[in-house]
Ligand binder design. Structure first.
Ligand code: COS
Length: 383
């Protein structure tokens, strides 16, 4: 191996980053502030991402997708999040929603739903409930087998892109006596009779991505909608999160990088006491710490993505570690970016206050950072 290749990203990933960055700057960034302000779905971003094959790039080529590996998906999400967190949820949610199908669905199921996802029909993930957040296996949504069909009743909470997505992976209880072994995964479509949605949540950040409850009122579906075995749903839901928490790390990383870029530029433009504020060491120290922590988060996130692609044994640790580290970095970096911009940082003339609000969610969803630490500790080598 030549020294040029040593611990370096293969050039195709750098090329991918360049093209996604250009698309994000030209077609997504111009709408990011309005999407946040008006709490509206980033349709311009959805259209641009779909046209470029980036809205669900993870779909394998045999099912009409781009076949992007986990690292490529991370770079796509990172670059979109650098300018607009809400828009970066489009590829992230599509991967989360469809991964149970990709990991454990039958060929016929993949042939039915994945090409539609590649063509732009969204796929959301329904695990959380009002009384089952961190304690995910306490879920109460029920699926009962009656005359060969499944009847689903219950509700799911905090579902990203609910109402916009056409398809939903629903994790439901099929045998309460068996605890986490009595849970099964199903695919439900928006058009199935009995599916409805709550009002969009009023959120601190990610305001362009609708978060709603999803209600199931006697939703009757065939057994061809069941993913994997009866009772295998909880392990599949957890397995899915092991892969997709890395996409949240990517999102956090992108938000942090976006905030650093804005703060650095501003520090060279803003003059106080007769010079650029960049010339004060107090500001330089802040920017240097931001950049150092972002780079550390990037290394951990890319290392986790490679483990996801290879299916390495230490994926669970790396996935939880990357999500925790990158989201904590994003929170700190965006807070510091607001500080560097001072009064301008606190108002919406600049994007850093939006980035700070968006960063907060990355410490919470797909498992709080406290849950991630439990996952990390459980996966430490026993010595
Ligand atoms: N991969 C595969 N299987 C897993 C798993 C994983 N990552 N984590 C747990 N399981 C399996 C376990 O192996 C266990 O099966 P066995 O009884 O055969 O050993 C079963 O699932 C139950 O596991 P456990 O007893 O560890 O479950 P807990 O109720 O203690 O919960 C946590 C484990 C807390 C880690 C889990 O509930 C969790 O991740 N909560 C957060 C949920 C979340 O991320 N929500 C966000 C929703 S998506 S926005």
């Amino acid at each position: 191996m030549s020294a040029n290749d040593l611990y370096a990203l293969p050039s195709e990933y750098n090329d991918l980053r360049e093209s996604v960055r250009a698309l994000a700057e030209n077609e997504i960034a111009p709408h990011a502030a309005a999407v946040d302000e008006d709490h509206r779905y980033p349709q311009e971003a959805a259209d641009a991402l779909l046209k470029a094959g980036l809205s669900a790039a993870h779909v394998p080529t045999e099912f009409g997708g781009e076949g992007a590996d986990a690292l490529a998906v991370v770079i796509i999400i990172e670059e979109v999040a650098r300018v607009c967190g809400s828009s970066s949820l489009i590829p992230a949610v599509n991967k989360l929603g469809s991964l149970p199908l990709i990991l454990s669905g039958s060929k016929a199921q993949k042939e039915k739903w994945l090409p539609q996802l590649a063509k732009g029909k969204g796929f959301s993930y329904c695990l959380s409930e009002s009384e089952a957040g961190s304690d995910a296996s306490a879920l109460k949504t029920k699926a009962e087998l009656k005359d060969g069909s499944w009847v689903i009743n219950g509700s799911k909470k905090w579902i990203s892109n609910a109402g916009v997505s056409e398809f939903y992976t629903v994790i439901a209880q099929t045998d309460p006596s068996k605890g986490s072994k009595g849970i099964t995964a199903f695919i439900v479509e928006k058009s199935d009779p009995g599916v409805s949605f709550g009002a969009p949540e009023k959120k601190m950040g990610f305001r362009g991505s609708p978060t709603r409850e999803v209600y199931f009122d006697n939703v009757i579906i065939g057994d061809d909608r069941r993913i994997s075995e009866v009772g295998a749903g909880f392990a599949l839901a957890m397995d899915t999160l092991d892969h997709t928490r890395i996409t949240i790390a990517a999102q956090a990383l992108g938000i942090a990088q976006g905030a650093l870029d804005v703060a650095t530029k501003y520090s060279h433009e803003r003059k106080q006491f007769g010079k650029e504020i960049f010339d004060f060491q107090g500001v330089q120290f802040i920017l240097a710490d931001m950049a150092m922590n972002i780079e550390a988060a990037r290394q951990l996130t890319y290392a986790a993505a490679a483990r996801s692609e290879r299916g390495d044994k230490d994926l669970k640790f790396f996935s939880a570690a990357s999500k925790t580290f990158a989201s904590d970095v994003a929170m700190k970096v965006t807070t510091d970016a607001v500080q560097v911009l001072g009064g301008y940082g606190y108002v919406s003339d600049y994007p850093v206050e939006r980035m700070m609000r968006d960063a907060k969610l990355t410490q919470i969803y797909e498992g709080t950072n406290q849950i991630q630490r439990i996952v990390m500790a459980r996966n430490l080598p026993k010595g």
